[in-house]
Design a protein around this ligand. Structure first.
Ligand SMILES: *[C@@H]1O[C@H](CO)[C@@H](O)[C@H](O)[C@H]1NC(C)=O
Length: 212
């Protein structure tokens, strides 16, 4: 009868709408917003993953803030001897990251899509080498995080380990021969605050090669 078919259609429609609603509900979207930080008392976390084309014993990283005090001399940073040249897989990763970066410059809403997909896939960090290269390390990967005061300051990596002295600090560079100076570097990650998967920061994947 027609009553039956009406209720059948009604039930099918209700079932369909319920399923649709449920999928929309399951589909999480993250919205990324900027806002002025009003909290002066807490420290700011800086996350770093930078590779410099010099041996670890020759380089030092630290932070100087407005008061010229050496801030927590980057204790949370790990100095890891590595090869500067990336393995084929890492090169591919870097190429993709740089491609995304250049697209992001033009299309900012792309970040939302990446953000969403990041929850399903792995992080945006550089994958480890897949080849066990036996060559001796020629570079230093400085990675980890540090906490700084929320005042103007600078983070730098330069020749020589930092040694504190009453008026600021110095880098012990006299013992390093000029031939080993090579400020070529690659920034795999540089961000502020807690780590959020899926956000691609402006300097991630950049590389500068010093030719002289
Ligand atoms: C510095 O290291 C990079 C990477 O290994 C290399 O391409 C570049 O030629 C080096 N520069 C100098 C001046 O040796």
């Amino acid at each position: 009868s027609s009553d039956n078919s009406v209720s059948l259609i009604a039930f099918t429609t209700i079932a369909f709408l319920t399923i649709m609603e449920f999928t929309v509900y399951r589909d999480t979207w993250m919205k990324y917003e900027y806002e002025v930080d009003k909290d002066f008392t807490s420290k700011l976390r800086i996350n770093i993953d930078i590779t410099v084309a010099m041996r670890c014993q020759y380089v030092g990283a630290d932070v100087l803030d407005l008061a010229e005090t050496m801030v927590a001399s980057a204790d949370g940073l790990i100095y890891e001897p590595v090869m500067f040249d990336l393995s084929p897989q890492q090169k591919e990763w870097q190429r993709v990251l740089q491609l995304i970066q250049s697209r992001l410059q033009e299309e900012h809403s792309l970040q939302d899509v990446i953000f969403k997909s990041a929850f399903k896939s792995a992080s945006t960090a550089l994958p480890p080498r897949e080849d066990n290269s036996l060559q001796s390390p020629d570079a230093c990967r400085i990675h980890g995080h540090l906490y700084v005061n929320k005042v103007a300051g600078n983070f730098h990596i330069t020749v020589g380990k930092a040694i504190p002295h009453p008026r600021g600090h110095a880098h012990l560079a006299a013992l390093v021969s000029h031939d080993s100076y090579n400020f070529s570097h690659r920034i795999d990650h540089l961000s502020f605050g807690e780590l959020i998967p899926g956000i691609i920061n402006p300097l991630d994947g950049t590389e500068k090669i010093a030719s002289d």
